[in-house]
Design a protein around this ligand. Sequence first.
Ligand SMILES: NC(=O)c1ccc[n+]([C@@H]2O[C@H](COP(=O)([O-])OP(=O)(O)OC[C@H]3O[C@@H](n4cnc5c(N)ncnc54)[C@H](OP(=O)(O)O)[C@@H]3O)[C@@H](O)[C@H]2O)c1
Length: 254
Amino acid sequence: MFTYDAKEKLFQDKVILVTGAGAGIGKAAALNLAKLGATIVLLGRTTQKLSDVYDAIEAAGGPQAAIIPMNLESAGPKDFQDLADAIENEFGKLDGILHNASILGSLTPLANFDPQKWLNVMQVNVNSAFLMTQHLLPSLKKADNASILFTSSSVGRKGRAYWGAYSVSKFATEGLMQVLADELDENTNVRANCINPGATRTSMRANAYPGENPNTLATPDDIMPAYLYLLGDDSIGVNGKTFDAQKPNDQQPE
Ligand SMILES: NC(=O)c1ccc[n+]([C@@H]2O[C@H](COP(=O)([O-])OP(=O)(O)OC[C@H]3O[C@@H](n4cnc5c(N)ncnc54)[C@H](OP(=O)(O)O)[C@@H]3O)[C@@H](O)[C@H]2O)c1
């Protein structure tokens, strides 16, 4: 596991947007970031799940969160401009984005892959992350230091049979991060990296591996150290890299 001890109040006065914040890894990230002082913009498609996370943050004494219900499958440029306007009006800056929401689509040979399902996976996993990043860059540039963290997967680094659109979308996510990071020159205050959570106990993993015993897997809370490091100021200067949340610090990909 990547190890990192986040100092208390690491995210004080920081505003972090988490997509897919209502469940799984996104929910754990929202709760852990808020515990360290972050104001979280909770974005996802199921309002009830976002409200539950909002309440949990409040009950734990964290800063009041914001809820943005958005279906990334149907959202277009106007929706992302509205999101950017809302963040600008409410906070005047954005200190980080965790691009976490994704869908699996089907595990099927390419020969049989449903074309509409392919487009849906690309829309949620890649295109929406591009559009959101593009519209939020001006607010990120207003923060002292901002971090954009994209979520990858081991099948986004080496293709695997039947993983279809999901695998290709994660290769594209790594590419999107690299192109963006290369454009964010050394003097800018914004950095971009990727995180591969590794096998983690969530409903997405259970859908992909229905026969697996979930108790053998890391929980979303277990993998948080790498997320907190990459989103917080201790990773200033780290840009264009990809990380494995479940590998030790000295065994990260080159
Ligand atoms: N779990 C693993 O083993 C594993 C391994 C490698 C990579 N990952 C990656 O880690 C990230 C988190 O995965 P997870 O396992 O936590 O998955 P999860 O439990 O299925 O959670 C995914 C989240 O994304 C949201 N979401 C899905 N479609 C959306 C849409 N159209 N619009 C807005 N939000 C949407 C979901 O909202 P609803 O709850 O409302 O549906 C949910 O909150 C993903 O990028 C995934 O690819 C996970």
